[in-house]
Write a protein that binds this ligand. Structure first.
Ligand code: MEV
Length: 325
């Protein structure tokens, strides 16, 4: 066993397929390299403490809203038969919480990696995602697994719940995604319940929207491989219309999408659960992206990020279930 070990992960952005992914439809999601999480475990002589933006102190005294993390730590200690281990756990996260960027999933992934790294044990991707799901189930109820799958990936992924998790072809181009935080907390479990209730109360309205969101993700996959920017933009804006009809957009997110389009974005949509959180806009190039980001901040976005399509690394069609770092 090492004296000190770190695990890392990324924020995730759902490009296409939020909500419909819960109902077995495909989704496309990307890791955001500049927005990461690290979990560092250091062995100590006494105690088990955690130091993160929400809590500083003994793990046994962690707040209820961190229950998912506490249960995951217990599970990991059991797994390594190390319940008596003394350690200090430091979690440093650049991922804004409750903004649809997968903050909790990214924390869980970094945590699992840190433990396996400390105990010098190999970790399969399946085991990583299964363990992260322990935290996600407590925090979000019935997660599709997309957040954890993306937070742990080095590449854009194509995801179908319980079936497929693979890297996809992503044409490197001048295109850029602008991500803007509305500054309003997203409410994942509330948004997921709202869509669920819509499907029960008004299936004739809601089911075709879920189907269409899934179809959009399928078309988008090809458009990403071809770098068909016009189609991509159109599909994003169509997704936003469908998600708004499902009830998960907000005035601020709608307004941000409109501003992005006014300033030359090819398309724009909310990302993640909605009811707050972030939106994304597709820009033709870095210059347009900078202008859109500035206009969104002037309109009230609390933070913006720009992710260039040039930066993505992937191996075409590689099944994404190999051993992880
Ligand atoms: C949340 O980031 C994405 C949702 O599709 C829920 C999920 O996939 O579990 C809204």
């Amino acid at each position: 066993m090492k004296e000190k070990a770190t695990g890392t992960s990324y924020a995730k952005i759902i490009f296409f397929g939020e909500h419909s992914v819960v109902y077995g439809k495909p989704a496309v999601a990307i890791p955001l390299y500049s927005v990461d999480v690290s979990a560092t475990l250091e062995r100590t002589v006494i105690g088990q403490t955690i130091h993160c933006r929400y809590f500083d102190g003994p793990i046994s005294q962690m707040n209820d809203n961190l229950q998912g993390v506490r249960v995951l730590i217990d599970r990991l200690l059991n797994l390594f038969e190390a319940n008596e281990l003394s350690f200090r756990l430091t979690i440093e996260s650049k991922v804004p919480a409750e903004r649809g960027m997968g903050s909790s999933a990214a924390t869980a992934i970094a945590l699992v990696r840190a433990f396996f790294n400390l105990f010098e044990k190999p970790l399969s991707r399946l085991e990583l995602l299964t363990l992260a799901d322990i935290e996600e189930k407590i925090t979000h109820g019935n997660p599709s697994g997309l957040d954890a799958a993306t937070a742990s990936s080095e590449a854009p992924i194509w995801f179908i719940k319980n079936q497929v998790n693979e890297q996809i072809e992503f044409h490197r181009s001048n295109l850029c995604l602008v991500i803007a935080d509305s500054g309003i907390k997203g409410k994942t479990s509330e948004a997921v319940s709202l869509v669920h209730n819509n499907l029960i109360d008004e299936p004739d309205m809601a089911m075709p929207l879920i189907d269409q969101l899934g179809q959009i993700a399928t078309t988008a996959r090809q458009a990403l491989a071809d770098s068909d920017q016009v189609t991509l933009g159109r599909l994003m804006s169509q997704s936003q219309t469908d998600l708004a009809k499902l009830g998960v957009s907000t005035k601020a997110l709608d307004q941000f999408c409109q501003i992005a389009i006014t300033y030359n974005a090819l398309g724009a949509k909310l990302t993640g659960s909605g009811l707050g959180g972030c939106m994304i806009a597709l820009a033709k190039n870095q210059r347009d992206a900078q202008i859109i980001a500035t206009k969104l901040r002037q309109a009230g976005a609390t933070q913006t990020w720009i992710q260039s399509f040039k930066n993505y690394e992937f191996t075409t069609g590689e099944q994404h279930d190999n051993l992880v770092k």
